[in-house]
Design a protein around this ligand. Structure first.
Ligand SMILES: Cc1ncc(COP(=O)(O)O)c(C=O)c1O
Length: 438
């Protein structure tokens, strides 16, 4: 088919991508009739696959009834329903909610909530934030300021200098035992708090399992509990950015559910909450934090035009019901174990794989020269992604600056609804692409 004229700005000038025509479940068809298995949901978005019939149906119904109202003028039924659904699955005590349309917007809301919380508590000096490297929290200026990522690049002059605490397990070349890695990462965090003065710090913001920067790095045992203790000791809010990890992705409703003894104060979520049907995101706020806002005359006045719009809320509430009705949190655990076993088998046969990591259906592999040095191979992630694409498989490249080097990894986040046979196909194609790029 002739190439269409294309005047949209892209991140890959000079290399035209295929034109997607339609999609269903875990498959995308392009306009030339080529089929792709979507094993990363674009950017970890498609929790229920493409065009889940129940989500399509709810959009059609809601859009014909009430698609938009403004939160300063009205409450709306879907928003109230969604908050109830979220309260029933949230790991926080007495959850309150606020809604937006993108992961970045909700990270901005979390920053504003944290700052305003300390003002309301009578500690207005607590304005600093601590985040980690590597990480990605979004592309708006506040969220990018938190991000320990190559995407800061061009905009560094405008950004706050937040990401300084290390992500434990990020550098596989250190080969530390898990307890040692936890102790080191926590000591580094404590040093940073001391340097800034706890009286100046509002919050620590982390991805509990990293996503776009780092590719599914899960924390070592004890780290999250220790992090919670540090935040309590120094009077800091703990914020989990669960833009990618919520709604069953890691085998629990929220990644925070993996550590019930150490829940955060604020959780952001986005992406999988509506499985790509409409833009949507939100923030969960624990009761003790929310109550201060409820008692103040301004409440929480910040947000965006589409905050809590009925169409987005209706789709998100239905997505939660689908995940519950289809038992998809448990399926994420089961299918995640199947995928992991397949990846481990590939790793056993291929010295290019230096690490397999992740939880549930969020899995990453790090690409290396060989197992002895574990040295990164520049460009390996994008070459593997391209080889997979040629073979009809979509996966996500994560090239992440870490110290003097750049780690090369790819991530898989297939729909929780993917069939077992499709998962096996993902592993088979990936194996073939690995062999072709060795
Ligand atoms: C952890 C995390 N936070 C925030 C964002 C930003 O989300 P959005 O692109 O929807 O603004 C992303 C996007 O990849 C993310 O992975």
């Amino acid at each position: 088919m002739a190439r269409r004229a294309d005047f949209s700005l892209t991140a890959s000038p000079g290399s035209l991508l295929a034109v997607a025509a339609n999609a269903s479940g875990a498959r995308i068809l392009d306009e030339d009739g080529r089929s792709y298995i979507d094993a990363c949901g674009g950017a970890m978005v498609m929790s229920l696959g493409h065009c889940h019939p129940r989500l399509v149906e709810v959009v059609q119904r809601q859009v014909a009834q009430l698609s938009f109202t403004y939160r300063f003028s009205f409450r709306n039924g879907p928003m109230l329903e969604l908050a109830e659904e979220l309260r029933s699955i949230s790991p926080l005590d007495d959850t309150w909610c606020f809604f937006n349309s993108s992961g970045s917007e909700s990270v901005e809301s979390a920053i504003q909530l944290a700052l305003r919380y300390w003002q309301l508590r009578g500690a207005p000096a607590k304005t600093d934030l601590i985040s980690r490297w590597p990480s990605f929290h979004g592309s708006t200026l506040g969220a990018l300021s938190l991000s320990g990522s190559k995407w800061r690049g061009f905009y560094e002059p405008l950004l706050g200098k937040y990401p300084v605490a290390p992500v434990p397990n990020a550098d596989i070349r250190r080969r530390r035992a898990p307890a040692e890695e936890t102790a080191w990462a926590i000591a580094e965090l404590e040093d940073e708090i001391a340097r800034r003065g706890a009286q100046n710090v509002a919050a620590v913001v982390i991805e509990p399992i990293t996503g776009a920067s780092g590719a599914a790095i899960a924390p070592p045992p004890g780290y999250i509990a220790e992090l919670r203790r540090v935040c309590d000791r120094h009077d800091l809010l703990l914020v989990f950015d669960e833009t990618i990890t919520a709604f069953g992705r890691t085998g629990e409703w929220f990644a925070a559910c993996h550590w019930p003894e150490a829940t955060p104060d604020i959780i952001t979520f986005a992406k999988g909450v509506t499985s790509g049907i409409v833009p949507f995101s939100g923030v969960l706020v624990s009761g003790p934090v929310a109550e201060l806002f409820e008692q103040s005359p301004e409440g929480f006045p910040y947000g965006h035009t589409f905050s809590g719009y009925p169409l987005g809320c209706a789709v998100a509430a239905e997505a939660i019901r689908v995940i519950r009705d289809e038992g998809l949190v448990a399926e994420s655990r089961r299918k995640g174990a199947r995928l992991r076993a397949g990846l481990e088998q590939l790793a056993a046969a291929s010295p290019q794989i230096g690490d397999v990591r992740g939880l549930g259906l969020l899995q990453g592999i790090e690409l290396v020269q060989d197992r002895e040095t574990l040295a990164p191979v520049p460009g390996a992630a994008s070459r593997l992604v391209a080889a997979c694409r040629e073979r009809g498989l979509m996966i996500y490249a994560c090239a992440t600056p870490l110290g003097a080097t750049t780690i090369e990894a790819v991530m898989l986040a297939p729909p929780l609804t993917i069939a077992d046979a499709e998962l096996d196909e993902v592993v088979a194609i990936l194996g073939d692409a690995l062999a072709a790029t060795a």
